[in-house]
Write a protein that binds this ligand. Structure first.
Ligand SMILES: C[S@@+](CC[C@H](N)C(=O)[O-])C[C@H]1O[C@@H](n2cnc3c(N)ncnc32)[C@H](O)[C@@H]1O
Length: 405
């Protein structure tokens, strides 16, 4: 598994000094913050009221008590880390994009990121923390996994504060804190956000139930899913629909499963085309680990002919692989249509645009999507062609080829 090296230079080309970008005002300064990918949607900022509430509580009540490293879990775009930049920060996240956004935002605000450490969710923590701040993730499974793995690195004196928009705090969220950490209370709502306070007084141990493994007998697949990976316990119906068409794909030398999740598409493609080299790419650390473990399980514990990359689509992909791989001639993609809680097509656009750049002449992309997402319009615009392979009431499978002419 290859994690792109994270440094403050990772996304330098994405940074901007555009002073129309939203600014977060905090006791530690006023910060320009960007999301990744950047968005033209005016209402999407790199932080929300839950981040603001958490920060104001931490600045008012907690920082006097800590001179140690603060652990931040699930900082969406680095807003929390940027505002707390004068403290040593460890940021534990399943999202590579979240980590590069944090480095980007440190850079945008000319802050020193030497004391900022990005820890992928695929790695365990390795030290004790006295202050842990958590942004509640979208999936309950990820929260359960993170709290279970956190437990060994906190003691009775550790302060644990979480936050989310009130509509994202459910009884099951609070029960998960109670079950794993201990007595849990919430604050009153401010600007529709609330804080969660959890005391580490539950002595029962609760090992993480992740990763989980499931079988899909119809395709003779065994798939491993770490917490947060798309399609938790069964093959997604869209992925299944694309899998059923993969026998029609052109014979290829280098196939990329872009946004691979647990790797189901690439694993089936490698079975149908044993001559091909496979690259699995995802921005979720857990997804990349899942696809590697799934691939091994379905290939007698071997990863011959396959590489696994934690990456933002194809950014820097060429540089890493030119000496070992042939050009990419087939890309399989089931693009995401949301990022955290917001729906949008920026990542789908980036996947399709970068696929066009990456493919060799006559190379093809095969895409599955809900019919209403209109990927045929994007493919036509980028590739100048688009063919419908098949469709049903809900999904459409499309292909497009690159023509240098
Ligand atoms: C709809 S899921 C598809 C998963 C899998 N290919 C399948 O069909 O079951 C989309 C995947 O894209 C990944 N993703 C989102 N943003 C990405 C990015 N910028 N670069 C690479 N992968 C990304 C998500 O983590 C998720 O695993």
């Amino acid at each position: 598994m290859k994690n792109n090296i994270l440094t403050e230079n990772t996304v330098a080309e994405n940074s901007t000094t555009d002073n129309t970008v939203a600014k977060l005002q905090q006791p530690s300064g006023k910060f320009t913050l960007e999301r990744i990918p950047k968005t033209t949607k005016g209402d999407l900022r790199a932080w929300d009221a839950a981040d603001e509430l958490l920060l104001s509580h931490v600045f008012e009540k907690q920082l006097k008590k800590t001179d140690q490293t603060i652990l931040i879990i699930n900082d969406s775009f680095g807003a929390l880390a940027t505002a707390l930049h004068q403290y040593p920060i460890h940021s534990w996240s399943d999202s590579y994009l979240a980590h590069i956004a944090a480095f980007n935002n440190f850079k945008l605000n000319q802050l020193d990121s030497n004391d900022y450490r990005a820890i992928p969710s695929s790695e365990n923590l390795s030290q004790h923390y006295s202050l842990v701040i958590i942004k509640i993730p979208k999936t309950l499974g990820l929260l359960e996994d993170q709290l279970s793995r956190l437990k060994a690195y906190i003691n009775a004196d550790t302060t644990i504060i979480a936050s989310a928009m009130s509509k994202h705090i459910h009884t099951s969220t609070l029960n998960t804190f109670e079950k794993i950490i201990g007595t849990t209370t919430t604050s009153r709502a401010t600007k529709k956000a609330r804080l969660i306070f959890s005391n580490n007084d539950n002595e029962k141990s609760h090992p993480s139930p992740y990763p989980k493994t499931f079988r899909d007998d119809a395709h003779d697949l065994t798939l491993v899913n770490h917490a947060n990976v798309f399609a938790k316990d069964r093959l997604d119906i869209g992925s299944r629909f694309l899998i059923e068409q993969l026998g029609q794909c052109p014979s290829s030398k280098h196939i990329v499963d872009l946004g691979c999740g647990n790797g189901a598409l690439g694993i089936i493609a490698s079975r149908l085309q044993p001559q091909a080299r496979l690259s699995f790419i995802d921005e979720s650390y857990g997804a990349v680990k899942s696809s590697e473990q799934s691939y091994k399980l379905n290939n007698n514990d071997k990863t011959i002919n396959a590489n696994f990359y934690t990456n933002d689509c194809f950014n820097q992909f060429k540089a890493e692989t030119t000496d070992t791989t042939d050009g990419v001639d087939l890309i399989l993609c089931n693009p995401p249509f949301h990022q955290n809680h917001s729906v949008g097509d920026q990542i789908a656009w980036q996947m399709l645009r970068q696929s066009h750049e990456q493919l060799v002449n006559n190379g093809e992309i095969w895409v599955i999507g809900n019919r209403h997402l209109g990927y045929h319009v994007k493919l036509k615009k980028l590739f100048g062609n688009c063919k419908t392979i098949t469709s049903n009431k809900k999904f459409v499978v499309l292909s497009a080829f690159k023509s240098d002419k």
